[in-house]
Structure formats: structure tokens, C-alpha cells
Design a protein around this ligand. Structure first.
Ligand SMILES: [Zn+2]
Length: 521
């Protein structure tokens, strides 16, 4: 059984001293049996820090519309010691719908003032931020870093991309329920525990023991500075790596999306199937920061076959998931699309692209029945003119089985189109297609066609046997291509996913592979 005298001396031994400003996160049960319970723990702490010290405890609340924050009388959900502290005479509490703080001592008024006016729950202008500013401590009593609210202050200062704006509620003095918009509100799961070793090694955390409770005494200022620096370099440093943690997968998706916002190119992914009842594909996209999709040849064909209802389902899902469609793809001989004039299939493709607000129709021309170059050119012009009417660009992709298999063939086509000022036609660069045709995509090809590229497929394969490989494992020279285009402020698409009928890699593997490569640039 622990008494007040014993607790006081153990708190002192764990590093606490007279005059300290300390924020406590605690679990009463972790101490073992304490004579007099929570009140005794509080009395012992107050005795150690003395008249010049200040004791603080977060008193978190839901701040929901149904249970708005009402000030001093609103219970906190942070445990017995907090609740005992809240009801002691002379205790002050900051006014805040979710992250109010209780305090007693010299610095209480300064620390708690105007919490409600701060833009965020834990950032500048809040008791958490001010605690660090004035050289205070955080004491974790029988709890770990998971409970250390001031780490959210670091997220706030580092402006982590996964923080969200949210609305909470409080009741004002007139009894009216009011809204408070909180910026940069901390999200669901965090791996704060994963930082413990780092802080122990650097001496920011000092371990101790009070009763059975392991204590962590932390210099708030050092903790805040170190964590903010860490998160500025890598905001994912406090997210977990559990592949089943939807929270952290989503948050990493937001980090990736914010990385892409700084780029001029758009990252897209080829979607090769769609089921109206499954969100799995769309979830994967959001985990990797992708908000743009291209429909594969197969999926476009599926829409042609399944008709209007299927298209509507896809269109609705795309809207619901706030996705953009870069383009739709089709592999065909040109004759079936354009024979003197547009065929019904070409009209249908134009309408699908228009319906999905696609920016382009990407065509792989396969062994054309049109043997004369003039005929092929005329068919391309006809299709492009028609697409231009609905604001859709025509992209011609190189294809080892078609008239544009070789670098020189692609070059000749675009020189001709340039001479005619046919501006609605660009090039979709498929490295794997060139590898299959025996050309190095970067060394033999890039400079000859670089000006007309609007889409680069991020795929790789080997000269030897044509096997598709992860990026940078084959002869596709992907890293060189991506880097060269970025050096030219390329504003087209980088598209993840393969144009070939059978891709041994899943969408998720392809996306992970892209980010692996991209983080090395
Ligand atoms: Zn997680």
C-alpha cells in the first residue's frame, strides 16, 4: 500500500522538483494500491512541485453535437486522476470543445488563457504549446507515449498533410450550442510508441518508477523540437507499418497526394477492371495518393460490350471517389474505327470518353489492314478531328505489333503531323513496347520523340525474353525517362500499370514500385 510520503519521495527520485511546470498523463491502476486513491497521488505531486510549480492534466472531451463541451462540469474521459483533479477546489480549466486542460499553480492562468481562440487543438496559442515554450515537463505515469498529447503539437507545427479540418461543439455562457472549426485535427491511429527508443537514447525521456508505475519524465521543449524536425523530414515517421491498419494506409495516401501536388506531372493508374460492388481498387488508389485513372484496353472494351448501365455505374463511382479520368485506351486495327469516316464503334468510344470527362483516347494501332501510310495518316486525322469536337485528345501509343513499333516510325508520324499543324494528337510512350522492338527507350528513343509525349507508361521489361519486371529491373530505363521529363517541367501523365494483356504484377505492387523509384529521385 502506497502512502503520500512514499509517493512524494518516489516522484522526486523520478526527477520532479520544486517549481516545475508539469503536465501529467496517468493511469491510477498502474501504481498498485494507493491509500486514499487519486487524491493522494495529486497531493503528493503538488507537494513535490510546491507553491511555485504548476500541475496540468489534459481533460479530453468528445465535443460532439450531442455532448457539447460545457466548461468545468463536463467530465473528461481520461481516467480517475484527471476526474479527481477536475473536481478539486481552485482548479482552472481551459475552455475548449475537445482538448481542454486542467491546471493548478502559478502558471495556470498564462497556460490556459484563450485556448478556444487557437486555430487548432494543440498548436500555437494552446496550453500544450505554451507548456513547451516556458520549459515545462510532461510526466507519463504508468502510460506510454501513445498518451502524450504534445506529440500532436509537433504534427501541427510540422504541418503534416494527413491532419484534417473538423468541426466540434461547445455550449456558450448563454446556453447556446456553438460550432468551433479546428484546423489540423489529429487523426485516428499513430505509432507514438515507436518513438520511445529515440527519445530514451537522446535523453529527452528519463525513465523512473513510482509504485509499480513506470514513469517517463520528458522535457517538453526538446520533445517538441525533435519531433517537429523528424516530421518535417518524414511525416510518415509516426504512422505504423501494419499493412492491415486502414488508418495509417489512408494517412500515408494523404502524404503521397501532397507530394504529388508539388509536381507538374499527374500520376495516373491503369484500371483494368471494375465491379460496381467493390471498392477495393479505389481504396488502393487512395493509399498511394492517386486521384487519376486511365481505363485499360480491356475495361474500355468491357464498357463497349456491357453498355450504358455499366458505364453509368463506373461514372458514378468515379464521381463518388473524386477521381479524374486521364483517358480511355483501346487496342485495335485502325480500319475498324475509321473507314473513310467514323464507324459506330469510334463514335461510341468518343461518347464514352466524353461521358467520363476523359482528357484523351489512347490508341494502340495493331497490324493495320491499312497498308498505305497515307491511309493510316488519313484515318488518324479523321479520328482526331472528331475527338477534338468534344475536347478529347488522341494519343497514339507505340506498339510492337503495329505500324508504330520503331522509334523512327513514331518520329516520322509526328514530324508529318507537325508539318500539318495537327495539334490534337500526341504520343503515349510505352517503354516496354520499345524494348520488345529491340530499342532502348531512353538512349535510342527519348530525344527523338520527347516533345510530343503526353503520357509515359511506367513499366519495364527485359530485352532477353520480353518478361515484364518491376521498375529498374529491366531494360526500360524508366528512371532516366522520368527524370528527364521532370527536368523539362513535363505536365503530362506518368501512368502506372501495363498496356500488355497480361501483367503479372498487381495494381498495388505497381504503385508501391513507383513510390520506391520516385523516392530515389
Ligand atoms: Zn496505424
Amino acid at each position: 500500500m502506497l502512502g503520500k510520503a512514499e509517493l512524494s519521495s518516489e516522484f522526486k527520485r523520478s526527477g520532479l522538483k520544486a517549481g516545475d511546470v508539469v503536465m501529467l498523463h496517468s493511469s491510477l491502476s498502474s501504481l498498485g494500491w494507493v491509500q486514499g486513491g487519486a487524491e493522494t497521488v495529486i497531493e503528493a505531486l503538488l507537494e513535490v512541485i510546491g507553491e511555485d510549480g504548476t500541475l496540468l492534466m489534459p481533460a479530453l472531451t468528445a465535443g460532439s453535437k450531442e455532448a457539447p463541451f460545457e466548461g468545468k462540469q463536463t467530465p473528461s474521459y481520461l481516467g480517475k486522476i484527471t476526474e479527481a483533479f477536475r473536481t478539486l477546489p481552485g482548479i482552472k480549466r481551459s475552455f475548449h470543445p475537445t482538448h481542454s486542460v486542467l491546471a493548478l499553480g502559478k502558471a495556470a492562468d498564462y497556460l490556459l488563457a484563450d485556448h478556444i481562440d487557437a486555430k487548432s487543438a494543440c498548436g500555437p496559442g494552446t496550453p500544450y504549446y505554451r507548456l513547451a515554450e516556458i520549459g515545462g515537463y510532461v510526466l507519463l505515469l504508468g502510460v506510454d507515449l501513445d498518451r502524450c498529447t504534445i506529440l500532436h503539437t509537433a504534427e501541427d507545427l510540422a504541418d503534416c498533410p494527413f491532419l484534417k479540418e473538423r468541426i466540434f461543439y461547445y455550449r456558450n455562457q448563454e446556453g447556446v450550442i456553438c460550432e468551433k472549426v479546428l484546423q489540423k485535427f489529429p487523426g485516428p491511429h499513430r505509432d507514438f510508441i515507436g518513438l520511445d527508443q529515440r527519445f530514451r537514447r537522446s535523453g529527452i525521456i528519463k525513465l523512473g518508477l513510482v509504485g509499480d508505475a513506470v514513469t517517463r519524465l520528458i522535457e517538453a521543449k526538446a520533445l517538441l523540437a525533435d519531433t517537429t524536425k523528424l516530421l518535417r523530414e518524414n511525416p510518415a515517421a509516426i504512422l505504423c507499418n501494419n499493412p492491415s491498419c486502414q488508418d495509417c494506409l489512408q494517412q500515408k495516401g494523404r502524404i503521397r497526394a501532397s507530394t504529388l501536388l508539388k509536381e507538374r506531372f499527374t500520376l495516373a493508374a491503369i484500371i483494368s477492371d471494375f465491379s460496381p460492388h467493390s471498392d477495393a481498387t479505389f481504396e488502393i488508389l487512395s493509399h498511394y495518393g492517386v486521384d487519376t485513372i486511365e481505363l485499360s484496353d480491356y475495361l474500355t472494351t468491357k464498357i463497349l460490350i456491357n453498355g450504358e448501365l455499366y458505364l453509368q455505374g463506373l461514372s458514378k463511382k468515379i464521381e463518388e471517389k473524386k477521381l479524374e479520368v486521364s483517358g480511355i485506351g483501346i487496342a485495335t486495327d485502325l480500319k475498324s474505327l475509321v473507314d473513310k469516316k467514323l464507324t459506330p464503334q469510334a463514335e461510341r468510344l468518343r461518347d464514352i470518353a466524353n461521358n467520363l470527362k476523359a482528357k484523351f483516347l489512347r490508341l494502340r494501332i495493331r497490324q493495320s489492314w491499312l497498308s498505305e501510310n497515307d491511309e493510316i495518316l488519313e484515318a488518324i486525322r479523321t479520328l482526331a478531328r472528331e475527338l477534338e469536337k468534344v475536347g478529347v485528345r488522341l494519343l497514339i501509343a507505340n506498339d510492337p505489333q503495329g505500324p508504330f513499333a520503331e522509334t523512327e516510325e513514331v518520329r516520322a508520324l509526328f514530324l508529318q503531323l507537325k508539318a500539318e499543324k495537327s495539334e490534337n494528337i500526341s504520343f503515349a510512350f510505352d517503354p516496354v513496347g520499345f524494348v520488345e522492338a529491340g530499342k532502348s527507350p531512353f538512349r535510342n528513343t527519348f530525344n527523338k520523340v520527347s516533345k510530343v509525349i503526353r503520357n509515359l507508361y511506367l513499366t519495364d521489361s527485359r530485352f532477353k525474353d520480353g518478361t515484364l519486371t518491376p521498375l529498374r529491373k529491366g531494360n526500360g530505363e524508366i528512371k532516366e525517362l522520368v527524370s528527364a521529363l521532370r527536368c523539362r517541367s513535363y505536365s503530362g501523365y506518368f501512368t502506372v500499370g501495363s498496356l500488355t494483356d497480361y501483367d503479372p504484377f498487381s495494381l498495388e505492387e505497381r504503385l508501391r514500385d513507383f513510390w520506391d523509384m520516385f523516392s530515389s529521385l
